[in-house]
Design a protein around this ligand. Structure first.
Ligand code: SF4
Ligand code: SF4
Length: 362
């Protein structure tokens, strides 16, 4: 008898509704942080007369480079740097989530990933109407573009890992790093025409080609994709019950040929579980632990991602490493000079920073 005739229908409930809810809640949290931070900016702009003196520590989650420096500094010194302590814990939480469930931060929590997914769904619908299928690009061109995010990651990693402990401390404690979140706010609040065009082009490209930013350019995603190789969980296909319907591959937002492999080892897998949800055959496609045939319950992934994130960031709060202790008067003072605070941009800048920090230490 053909496998197709005797398959047992998969009656498991889809997890996508819960994933969507988690994505919405996390996005609302990010918007809320943005609103609170705008009140803090108002406080700085009016020299403390109006707005709010509360600076939401969650804003440091949007400073991944500073956070990576903080983590490297911690490995060198054993000290959590006090300027952006929340950023340090948010970074560790994102890494922790992705170490356990591959690049799951991208598909369960990241607001940019969420927007990218919505835009991609919209683009796919149009493409299916026009061409009867999703748009894919030539595989070697895809490999080339995918390497770009790793090159960006390598550039940041090289710049950071070539800094001495003193230079890191000097940068992390410096005026630029203290005001990095404020500068980021102004970048978006007073967005230049060039930046707007770039964002518009990326948006359009994400409609035409699903996840354009995440797949090709996001260095954070590149880091999480590499960490995913160390993850103990993988999507596995049972070839003896698979009916080769290809629904899993068609549903995969990362264009992984799930129907052609036994174990998904791709750096692009985000543990979104779309493939698992569409598989029509019971016990055929599941997230499993490496070296075990026991499937991981889909709700365990959902709650696992959220709880790990809350646990690690909660640890930061409980240990007093969340809200920084920088006096608001210093923020107001630095804000007056915000346009003159510059970022080191080249290896010679890093070299200068290394030398300057050593001179200052003497
Ligand atoms: S392989 Fe499955 S879990 Fe991984 S990205 Fe594709 S659909 Fe999501
Ligand atoms: S969805 Fe994929 S794993 Fe499931 S039966 Fe079809 S081809 Fe096989």
């Amino acid at each position: 008898m053909e496998k197709k005739d005797k398959f047992i229908r998969n009656k498991e409930k889809s997890i996508q509704q819960l994933r969507f809810t988690i994505q919405i809640l996390f996005s609302i949290l990010c918007i809320w942080i943005g609103v609170e931070f705008s009140q803090f900016i108002k406080f700085l702009e009016t020299n403390g007369i109006s707005g709010s003196d509360y600076r939401p520590p969650g804003v440091e989650g949007f400073l991944p480079i500073s956070a990576l420096m903080s983590v490297y500094y911690f490995f060198q010194s054993g000290i959590i740097h006090s300027v952006h302590p929340a950023g340090f814990f948010i970074f560790i939480a994102i890494v922790g989530v992705s170490l356990l469930f591959r690049k799951s931060f991208c598909s369960w929590l990241c607001p940019v990933g969420f927007i990218s997914e919505l835009v991609g769904d919209f683009g796919d619908k149009i493409a299916k109407k026009l061409f009867k299928r999703r748009i894919k690009i030539w595989k070697y061109l895809d490999y080339f573009f995918r390497s770009l995010k790793y090159l960006l990651l390598a550039f940041f990693a090289f710049s950071i890992f070539s800094m001495s402990q003193l230079a890191l401390a000097y940068f992390l404690g410096g005026d630029y790093n203290i005001m990095a979140d404020v500068k980021m706010y102004y970048f978006f609040a007073n967005i230049s025409q060039t930046a707007l065009i770039v964002i518009g082009v990326l948006f359009l490209l994400s409609i035409i080609y699903r996840n354009f930013w995440c797949r090709y350019l996001c260095p954070y995603g590149a880091l999480l994709g590499l960490l995913g190789f160390l993850s103990p969980t993988k999507i596995k296909r049972n070839t003896s019950t698979c009916i080769d319907c290809s629904l899993c591959a068609k549903a995969c937002p990362s264009f992984i040929k799930v129907d052609k492999v036994i174990t998904v080892n791709s750096d692009e897998c985000t543990s979104c579980l779309n493939c698992v949800d569409v598989c029509p055959v019971e016990n055929t496609l599941d997230l499993k632990l490496i070296g075990s045939d026991k499937k991981i319950n889909k709700k365990f992934v959902a709650y696992g991602v959220v709880l790990i994130f809350i646990a690690i960031t909660g640890l930061g709060m409980l240990t007093g490493n969340w809200q920084n202790k920088i006096p608001k008067e210093l923020y107001i003072e630095l804000h007056k000079n915000i346009n003159n605070l510059g970022h080191p941009t080249s290896s010679s800048d890093i070299q200068k920073l290394n030398e300057e920090s050593e001179r200052n230490a003497k």
